[in-house]
Ligand binder design. Sequence first.
Ligand SMILES: *Cc1c(COP(=O)(O)O)cnc(C)c1O
Length: 341
Amino acid sequence: MSEPANIDWENLGFRYMKTDFRYISKWKDGDWDEGRLVEDNQICISEASSVFHYGQGCFEGLKAYRTQSGTIQLFRVDQNAKRMQESCRRGIIPPVPVGKFIDACLRVVKANKTYVPPYGTGGTLYLRPFVIGVGDLIGVSPAPEYIFSVFCTPVGAYFKGGLTPVNFTVSGYDRAAPFGTGAAKMGGNYAASLMPHELAKRRGFADCVYLDPATHTKIEEVGAANFFGITRDGRFVTPCSPSILPSVTRKSLLEVARGYLGIAAEERDVFIDRLDELSEAGACGTAAVITPIGGIEYRGRLHVFFSETEVGPVTRKLYDTLTGIQFGDIEAPEGWIFKVE
Ligand SMILES: *Cc1c(COP(=O)(O)O)cnc(C)c1O
């Protein structure tokens, strides 16, 4: 395999780039096949596939990191494997065994290792595992066959400008229903979020904040990321709700806050009319790790947390510590790092 030519590692952005290999495995008659690496990035499936019409599919997102010594590692891939099993169960999709998921991710990274950006560029190799319902089907019911695949693409920072705060506006729309599929990484949630996102962007905001769908009083998600805040007395708080997608980044930040920064961390409601209790706020997810929130617009008024131009000190420490762990500069808690080679 040759070195990929002309990749501008410093200016990657968050865009799709075809890499050399992807993993693909098929489920039929009750079993997943062996799975293999293929070069073709096109999938040919029945026009009657359930993923097209009924949204029967789910996905994951995680990254491979190049360390200072040049090795490559995955961050908490077991958590993504388990979460995809939960998404599968919600969608009546045969769950991909955890071992198979992890093995697929490791194989894809190894086969595309020349695409893992160099240490120090801030770039990573983003992995996108997904499962889709395929096969001939016309009624609304689970598909007769499934495809599990993992592809990867090198990425830079998700939000341009790195750790610069951005503003969000509260959406009147919901991304999920109270007992719907919000906690599953299923396509329909993201289809529902495209218009609110577009409306927020047109008005100059980075994205929108979703409130809890039952009462519209509590913060749930920030675009396709989880929300966290730092209270005036220095505690890390993040909402907890059955319609939030349980973020691996958020889960990790809870542990980083407690174990590395020595600050109290709790999952609890964050009311949209009580933002005054927070001195800093951010959005967290694999793609951006942390996006500092400058302000949130609600009912025509912009509430600014720390600053619209500067990142707050606790947010900065959380970001530096977690990215330090992911890139191998800071010792990770037991079980967080999966060495690729
Ligand atoms: C994927 C996702 C997140 C972030 O989860 P991570 O595991 O941290 O990447 C948050 N919210 C939504 C809606 C998501 O789809």
